[in-house]
Write a protein that binds this ligand. Structure first.
Ligand code: FNR
Ligand code: LAC
Length: 362
């Protein structure tokens, strides 16, 4: 990594600072930034830091089992890679590098509509490791339908429909850094695929968004008529919306505020998780992302009812640090740390993690 620090010696504490020196400034601003004054970005992290975990003594923790089923596919750990755009901007290994690391560690990963590598190239290296395709609704619905058909043909195991982005949030850090998110950043899935609209356009006395912003919950039904794949709805932050997603046939709910990049002022995901878990009950799996960085965070989120925890920025830091090898190192450290904190909290398997693990769940 640096002359004096080898990847095999790197600790979880170092990826962010090492990565900051390895990517272009405009890309770093894009990765790190949130929307508005970044209230929600900060809140995600603070919500983890507010919780404390109860250490338990003299439990037989000689064997620790991290395996976790996601929609019927058992993976090696209860964390997964959240979908993130443009990974070749971070490192030439791109999504294919993340896919190699995820395959070697048995970790579920999801890939953005805006991936730098094509979804087929990602699938080829993933082999039998489960992977999810994230869909951004397109102004031309046929473009979206073709993407979903390709994902199904390439044996993705679910479609993640992101619903928090009728328009991008206002991202000052990204703008100042000069990351344009336009056709100058190539998209691996084809020239007809568009990123979400950057801003509303003024037309007389109103502001207008692109056509896909007119979609309502029925879009999930239409999506289901085009694919057999289960649908995970990403970007849910209330019990009402979770119930709507279920009523339209979603099999998974990803509680997410897009890593503080969409509505600034939205709540920390960890604070909303319990209400969504209660609303969903046994009707679907509930996942969460936003601000999870280390083993303790994963333990806390599972204790509050999540089936799995999505990891965003840290995966890009690891990719920046060492390409596929960097991401392998990150997964290895995160697994070991999770096993360690489970032992210290007196839980032997992911299924054993419940509210009792926390001292102050609220
Ligand atoms: C994202 N996220 C995202 N989400 C999505 O549904 N489609 C996408 O293409 C992207 N792209 C993207 C790029 C970058 C650089 C970041 C940081 C994030 C949001 C992502 O899936 C996830 O919700 C958050 O990143 C989780 O928060 P943390 O772990 O980054 O704090
Ligand atoms: C982002 C979009 C692409 O957060 O999801 O940058």
């Amino acid at each position: 990594v640096d002359d004096w620090r080898r990847l095999e010696d790197l600790t979880l504490s170092e990826f962010e600072s090492v990565a900051s020196k390895r990517v272009q400034e405009r890309v770093w601003a894009y990765i790190q930034g949130g929307s508005g004054e970044e209230r929600t970005l900060r809140a995600n992290r603070e919500a983890f830091l507010r919780r404390t975990v109860r250490p338990r003594a003299l439990v037989d923790v000689s064997e620790l089992d991290l395996r976790t089923p996601f929609l019927g596919h058992t993976t090696a750990a209860p964390f997964f890679v959240s979908p993130m755009a443009y990974q070749a901007e971070v490192h030439p290994d791109g999504e294919v590098g993340v896919a190699r690391a995820a395959r070697d560690h048995g970790i579920l990963a999801s890939y953005s509509t805006l991936s730098s590598n094509s979804l087929e190239d990602i699938a080829t290296v993933s082999r039998s490791t489960p992977r999810w395709f994230q869909l951004y609704l397109q102004p031309d619905p046929l473009v979206g339908e073709r993407l979903v058909q390709r994902a199904e043909a390439a044996e993705y195991s679910a479609v993640v429909l992101t619903v928090d982005t009728p328009v991008l949030g206002v991202r000052d850090r990204q703008t100042i850094g000069g990351f344009a998110m336009d056709s100058s950043v190539p998209i691996g899935n084809g020239g007809e695929v568009l990123p979400p609209a950057r801003a509303p356009a003024q037309q007389g006395n109103v502001y207008r968004l692109r056509d896909e912003a007119s979609q309502t919950w029925g879009v999930i039904d239409r999506l289901r008529s085009h694919t057999k794949l289960p649908i995970v709805v990403k970007g849910i932050l209330s019990a009402e919306d979770a119930r709507q997603a279920l009523a339209h046939g979603a099999k998974g709910i990803l509680v997410s505020n897009h890593g503080g990049r969409q509505l600034d002022g939205a709540p920390a995901t960890l604070d909303v998780l319990p209400e969504v878990v209660t609303a969903v009950g046994k009707d679907a799996e509930v996942y969460v992302d936003g601000g999870a960085r280390r083993g303790t965070d994963i333990l806390i989120a599972l204790a509050l009812g999540a089936r799995g925890v999505g990891i965003g920025r840290p995966v890009l830091w690891a990719l920046a640090v060492g390409g596929a090898d960097g991401v392998r190192r990150y997964f290895e450290l995160l697994k070991v740390e999770l096993a360690t904190v489970m032992a210290l909290a007196g839980v032997r398997s992911v299924a054993e993690i419940d509210r009792d693990v926390l001292r102050d769940p609220g």
